[in-house]
Design a protein around this ligand. Structure first.
Ligand code: CA
Length: 234
């Protein structure tokens, strides 16, 4: 899952980056409204953590523009951000009227600084869960059960060892169940700008996942990409 952190305090930004990366997220950081808008136009993010007081303006302006953007399908063609991208405001402005204004502007959640990283991560998981249309905190698909909070996977009730990247590939495909994702779309969700991507990394992860979960779990649409079918074959 890929997160855009929009934060002008370099210390907070680097702390967030380190903490979220340790929790398996790919993280990119922008310090202003203009740079964040460019990032949102260029890449798909699963969620945005948004500070309000930024170097070149107010984060609420970015949120307003994002919510006025078209929905995902049209947005891609126009090189605009997906208006439904979940946004969690993280700010020192903690007055009740400020929280209300932020939520009314289209933020999905609001967290006041200083914050606890465990709470931030829990709120982020809740946003990602809602964005994927899930109500249950775990994702079940046939014999496979994935727990995003504990970062564990079980197959028929037995724990399956996997690397952080393998876990992320599985999570991305499960959240997109029924849709084919290209290798590039998967990479975009797994790697931040500064990460080195090996050319066949996604293929290798999928090969390992099939070995661990059974060959039918992840399917290939030749020349297009990979998908997990909506329904499991019994
Ligand atoms: Ca700030």
């Amino acid at each position: 899952m890929r997160i855009l952190v929009v934060e002008d305090d370099a210390g907070i930004a680097s702390g967030l980056r380190t903490n979220l990366q340790q929790r398996g997220y790919a993280v990119d950081v922008c310090d202003g409204v203009a740079s964040a808008w460019s990032a949102l136009r260029a890449e798909r993010f699963d969620a945005v953590l948004l500070d309000l007081g930024l170097t070149d303006g107010d984060g609420s302006e970015l949120l307003r523009r994002l919510r006025q953007s078209p929905p995902a399908a049209a947005a891609t063609a126009l090189a605009l951000p997906d208006s439904a991208t979940p946004v969690l405001i993280v700010t020192a402005r903690d007055q009740v009227h400020q929280r209300i204004a932020g939520l009314d502007l289209g933020a999905d959640d609001y967290l006041a600084k200083p914050f606890d990283v465990d709470e931030l991560d829990a709120r982020l998981r809740a946003l990602l869960r809602r964005a994927a249309g899930r109500t249950s905190p775990t994702i079940c698909h046939g014999d496979v059960e994935l727990d995003p909070a504990a970062r564990t996977v079980r197959l028929a009730g037995k724990p399956v060892e996997m690397s952080p990247r393998e876990f992320s590939v599985l999570l991305v495909l499960l959240e997109a169940r029924g849709r084919v994702l290209s290798r590039l779309q998967i990479e975009e969700r797994l790697y931040s700008w500064d990460a080195a991507i090996e050319s066949n990394a996604v293929e290798v992860h999928i090969h390992h996942l099939r070995r661990k979960l059974g060959s039918g779990c992840i399917q290939t649409m030749r020349g297009v990409g990979y998908f997990i079918p909506q329904k499991t074959e019994q």
